[in-house]
Design a protein around this ligand. Structure first.
Ligand code: F6R
Length: 611
């Protein structure tokens, strides 16, 4: 939520900042703004709406400064408007600040500052920050590290989460950045430094990044980055080299990032499998050192995540309980963290997050550690906050995912969880025929995904039939019900059609009352043991006038349904990886038919770094 970028070097800052904002726009697109230090002092420009509005301001070309900060906003406190847009300045216009996060005690700080004579012009929580810095700056007698001391004192008064970039008109050659529970990375260039909420936005400039921990302060100059802890003692940091290709965060020949990412799935799965699966040896996870005794002693495994990542946990529960016989629960991170979950040192908590920055997932992880549980992170982003907190981290290799709606991250996470399950089963010495078959099937996935992608034109035809509908229902049983949930989320978030998913057998207990003539019901049927049962439920909706789309790898009577999409057969454990493909395409084409912005659906942001 909210994207921030910064630049300090010898080049004109504004084009680099705007370029960074365009790459970060998926984090929020309610307003955008920029501040640079010009010869005349601080210069700030902002506008409501998309980054292109800022970019189109005629005055933007007049900015010559080589140091600057910029922001694209996802509104939390205060409506999307010009006055609420970042950067925010203090009353004396000495400091300019961009902020990603939420300041929970902003009301009391605002009152304290108002009592000291400060005036506020926006409804944001952020505006207190430059004023608080100014408040401490004016009190500071010691000129040594005066700017840094003021920032540190202000940060120590803040409760909540923040990633901040601060420039000061008295320090035209420095910028200070700091973070707490919100993402921020520093890219090291040659005689220049780049700052960004995430790595992909800066990949075209550098591949070497400094990763910051909470309440570490960085004083940046053109050719240096000096790091301090919260006691203002200097600390040493090494850069981390990121091997993502700069082109991987570009759209290439595709119309939208989402379509590109859907088509990248064979590669993402191939790279996530890597060399972990070999027919004749055990599944390798060099990052993990779980023993048979530890796994046998577990009282429970917990998957905790949000949204699409949580749906991966549902597939994981199915795999771990069936293959390893370890009781497994799945919870939504925002619920788990306030539920007083029953976990202890015999619980393994697994956190799934594409970004590795989701605020609720991070908080749930910290809580699990406090309760003594071992924590394992599954993310797509090396060095992300969740990976830095967890006891163990394993990675999907999906490459940067830019579209707000997650596609390749979901399928890569499912395959990684499948391999983790095999690793558990082999460590438990449960080596069975099922595991051998699953391994073979995993290796065949990339080719089978390519086949599933060939359903595209049939799906496009179906999208044309349904794009004007108000409600759509998704049904499935067992593993197919977890896919129904994911397909329903995907459709509603980018097409704005209300959709819901149900276990097919639950229909008669209430939801069937919603079925009337011409309502669309979509059903996934990949589990041979359950197909007949689900077909009976579909017959019940057909009798009530529903039109039906079936996604299956089984032999079904195609005449019974309006459309049947055939996908390749595979092990039931990993069938979500194939059955979701036509449904991702359906969400995409439906959104396109409606003329919507597929990559940036309204009200949403890619990385939810606030509670
Ligand atoms: C939906 C979607 C979201 C994310 C959720 C968690 O398409 O992308 O539901 O899955 O916000 O995000 P991460 O995985 O970054 O923790």
């Amino acid at each position: 939520m909210c994207g921030i970028v910064g630049y300090i070097g010898n080049k004109k800052a504004s084009p680099i900042l705007i370029n960074g904002l365009l790459k970060l726009e998926y984090r929020g697109y309610d307003s955008a703004g920029i501040s640079t230090i010009e010869k005349t002092g601080l210069s700030t420009m902002k506008d409501k709406g998309r980054v292109k509005n800022l970019y189109n301001l005629p005055e933007i070309d007049n900015l010559e400064g080589t140091i600057g900060i910029a922001h694209t906003r996802w509104a939390t406190h205060g409506k999307p408007s010009m006055e609420n847009a970042h950067p925010h300045m203090d009353n004396s216009k000495t400091f300019s600040v961009v902020h990603n996060g939420i300041i929970e005690n902003f009301n009391e700080l605002r009152k304290l500052l108002s009592d000291s004579g400060y005036t506020f012009y926006s409804q944001t929580d952020t505006e207190i920050i430059p004023n608080l810095i100014d408040y401490y700056y004016k009190k500071e007698n010691n000129n040594d590290l005066k700017f840094l001391r003021a920032v540190k004192n202000a940060c120590n008064s803040l409760k909540g989460s923040f990633a901040l970039e601060i420039i000061c008109k008295d320090y035209p050659d420095n910028m200070i950045v700091v973070r707490k529970d919100s993402p921020l990375v520093i890219g090291k260039g040659n005689g220049e430094n780049y700052i960004s909420s995430d790595i992909p936005a800066m990949l075209s400039y550098t591949k070497d990044f400094y990763l910051l921990n909470d309440l570490e302060y960085v004083v940046l100059s053109r050719d240096n980055a000096k790091f301090y802890n919260n006691d203002l003692k200097t600390i040493e940091k090494e850069t981390k080299s990121i091997d993502w290709d700069a082109n991987s965060s570009e759209k290439g020949d595709f119309e939208d990032y989402m379509l590109k990412e859907i088509y990248e799935q064979p590669k993402a799965i191939r790279e996530t499998i890597g060399s972990r699966i070999n027919k004749n040896s055990k599944c390798e996870f060099e990052e993990l050192n779980f023993t048979k005794e530890y796994l046998q002693g577990l009282n429970k495994i917990y998957f905790v995540a949000c949204g699409t990542a949580m749906h991966v946990g549902l597939a994981g529960k199915d795999m771990i309980e069936k293959l390893c016989k370890i009781p497994t629960e799945v919870d939504i991170a925002s619920e788990f963290r306030y539920r007083d979950p029953l976990i202890d040192n015999k619980t393994l908590c697994i956190f799934i997050s594409q970004s590795g920055e989701t605020a609720d997932t991070l908080a749930a992880l910290k809580l699990s550690k406090q309760c003594g549980a071992k924590t394992l992170a599954i993310t797509n982003v090396i060095g992300s906050s969740i990976t830095r907190e967890a006891d163990y981290s394993i990675y999907t290799h999906a490459g940067p995912e830019i579209a707000v709606a997650s596609t390749k991250a979901y399928t890569s996470q499912v395959v990684l969880v499948a391999m983790l399950t095999i690793y558990f089963a082999e460590t438990l010495e449960l080596s069975t025929q099922k595991i051998a078959t699953l391994k073979e099937e995993i290796l065949l996935l990339p080719k089978k995904i390519e086949k599933a992608l060939k359903t595209s034109s049939e799906i496009k035809t179906f999208a044309k039939r349904i794009y004007q509908e108000k409600d759509i229902f998704f049904l499935g049983r067992g593993i197919d019900e977890t896919v129904a949930k994911e397909a329903s989320l995907k459709l509603k978030e980018i097409s704005y059609i209300h959709s819901d998913s149900y276990p097919a057998g639950e229909l008669k207990h209430g939801p069937i009352a919603l079925i009337e003539n011409d309502v669309t019901v979509i059903s996934i049927m990949t589990d041979p043991k359950l197909v007949k049962k689900t077909i009976s439920n579909i017959q019940e909706v057909i009798s009530r006038g529903a039109k039906t789309l079936i996604i299956t790898n089984q032999d079904v009577d195609t005449d019974m349904f309006d459309m049947v999409i055939c996908i390749p057969e595979t092990s039931t454990f990993i069938s979500p990886i194939l059955s979701i493909i036509p449904l991702q395409l359906l969400a995409y084409f439906t959104s396109k038919e409606k003329g919507l912005d597929v990559d940036k659906p309204r009200n949403l942001a890619k990385s939810v770094t606030v509670e």
